[in-house]
Design a protein around this ligand. Structure first.
Ligand code: AHR
Length: 502
């Protein structure tokens, strides 16, 4: 077997930043079978007393998801949060216009907060700035976060939730730049309403953090100008600007597909520049950080979704069945985000269950893991600590849209407290293994404890309820000696090389 050669240097002091664990967040929208039939299926043999599927809870816990964005997505722009609180029997059924379904409102804010607690996650709550505005937003903050003694906090208490939910992270609407959005706005219209909503939401609870909507994706015609205008209005009142991006291998061009994380990198750099431009313009002191609150692969289910009967309840929408190559790109995207840990503080894999998700459920049947489950889980579990800045030299290739794509996509995370060093790496080469030599110089006494590999001969291989042919093994050949880690990363593979002190 031919091998290419790549080199990497890791230094304890070459730090990008402490990683904000919220970059391993995810997303549950009232869409398809994410809530109904996903996290909640009363009558299922695995359902607990609340109707929450315990098999799903266990898998979410395996992922160690620190924060979950809720309740949308496009859904939030037509949502009346009041429909989802109080006695379930009084809750209205609504036409859900974003996805043309019927929303029963059986699950709402309080039930979701209860579920989030069961999976040990915070909630990143979005407010409706489509059909609603400042009033509904500040009332929801009062309902969720105020201890008591006011109309909405007492309403929450009367609904059986004495303790405030203490939600820290809030999104000011969703994808307001998109014509598909209920209540779509120009940048100025959105900038103004986001500014005023942000102001009063923080007057209700000054401890909250707010995310303003950036562009729905990098190729939106309004991209860049949108961010600049929105931040011009909101700079003093918000903490983050959002990014959303989904990819797909529509042309079946694997070399180009796996290079898309370079575009993601460029997108992140551009948004940082725009945020810094506004900071400079305002002679500001604070940085606006980034929340990549929707990212993933999404394209497999596009055709199936056109056949869905309008106004059905929780139909199977956006149910992408991910293959092996999707897991490789997801791995590259995770590495890319880690490389920006100094400014990227929140990210949400969109989504978590059934809807473009790492976890799938069968109605009244079992839950199973998609291919993308694994790189997401590995980074979330082993990628806590300091994001290091590796010096990498790798052979490169050109593809349809990209030049100088490194075969090696890699980074490392140092967990000083647990004395662990973890290298995450993708080999993009289609035919050849990559011989990696990694100089770990001042990590004295660190040894390889595990080399996890996700590989498969068939790029199109998917998992299903019948089995998970795409699953990692721990038979990678990484070794360490004399401050040097050596490994062969198999062709087209996701790798996690775990080192610990002695
Ligand atoms: O995650 C699915 C959808 O993608 C979300 O509702 C929307 O925000 C985005 O367009």
């Amino acid at each position: 077997m031919m091998t290419q050669k790549a080199k990497m240097i890791l230094e304890k002091d070459f730090k990008i930043s402490e990683i904000d664990n919220r970059i391993y967040g995810s997303f549950i929208e009232h869409l398809g079978r994410a809530v109904y039939g996903g996290i909640y299926e009363p009558g299922h043999p695995q359902a607990d007393e609340n109707g929450f599927r315990q098999d799903v809870i266990e898998m979410v816990k395996e992922l160690q998801v620190p924060i979950v964005r809720y309740p949308g997505g496009n859904f939030v722009s037509g949502y009346n949060w009041e429909d989802g609180v109080g006695p379930v029997e009084n809750r209205p059924r609504r036409l859900e216009l974003a996805w043309r379904t019927t929303e029963t409102n059986e699950i709402g804010t309080n039930e979701f907060m209860k579920w989030a607690k069961l999976v040990n996650a915070e909630v990143n709550m979005a407010v409706n700035l489509g059909t609603r505005g400042i009033d509904a937003a500040r009332n929801l903050v009062e309902y969720c976060n105020h201890p008591g003694g006011s109309y909405y906090s007492d309403l929450r208490i009367s609904h059986g939730y004495k303790e405030p939910h203490k939600i820290k992270t809030w999104c000011l609407g969703n994808e307001m730049d998109g014509p598909w959005q209920i209540g779509h706005k120009t940048a100025t219209e959105y900038g103004r309403i986001a500014q005023e909503a942000a102001k009063v939401m923080k007057w209700v609870d000054p401890t909250i953090e707010l995310v303003a909507c950036g562009s729905s994706y990098r190729n939106m015609p309004t991209f860049a100008e949108w961010e600049a205008t929105v931040l011009d209005h909101t700079y003093d009142h918000v903490d983050y600007i959002s990014l959303h991006q989904y990819y797909g291998n529509r042309d079946n061009d694997i070399k180009n597909y796996l290079a898309l994380s370079l575009e993601m990198d460029d997108f992140i750099r551009s948004v940082i520049s725009i945020a810094d431009y506004i900071k400079a313009k305002k002679r500001g002191k604070k940085n606006i950080n980034l929340s990549f609150d929707e990212w993933n692969v999404w394209y497999h289910s596009n055709e199936a979704d056109k056949k869905i009967e309008p106004w059905s309840i929780a139909p199977p929408q956006l149910e992408d069945h991910y293959n092996f190559e999707d897991a490789l790109l997801v791995g590259c995207m995770l590495i890319t985000m880690l490389k920006h840990a100094d400014r990227l503080k929140i990210a949400c894999l969109a989504q978590l269950v059934n809807v473009i998700a790492p976890i799938m459920t069968e109605d009244n049947g079992e839950a199973w893991k998609q291919t993308i489950f694994y790189p997401y889980m590995h980074t979330s579990v082993y990628g806590r600590g300091v994001s290091l800045n590796p010096i990498i030299s790798s052979p490169k290739y050109d593809s349809k849209d990209f030049t100088d794509v490194p075969y090696l996509e890699s980074t490392a995370v140092y967990n000083e407290e647990n004395e662990q060093l973890t290298i995450f790496a993708v080999n993009r080469h289609l035919e050849e293994g990559l011989h990696l030599e990694c100089d770990i110089r001042n990590f004295e006494g660190y040894r390889v404890v595990e080399h996890i590999v996700l590989e498969n001969d068939d790029l199109k291989q998917t998992n299903s309820v019948k089995g998970t042919p795409v699953a990692p093994h721990s038979n990678g050949n990484a070794t360490s000696e004399g401050g040097q880690v050596t490994a062969v990363l198999p062709k087209l593979s996701w790798n996690v090389i775990r080192l610990a002190k002695n």
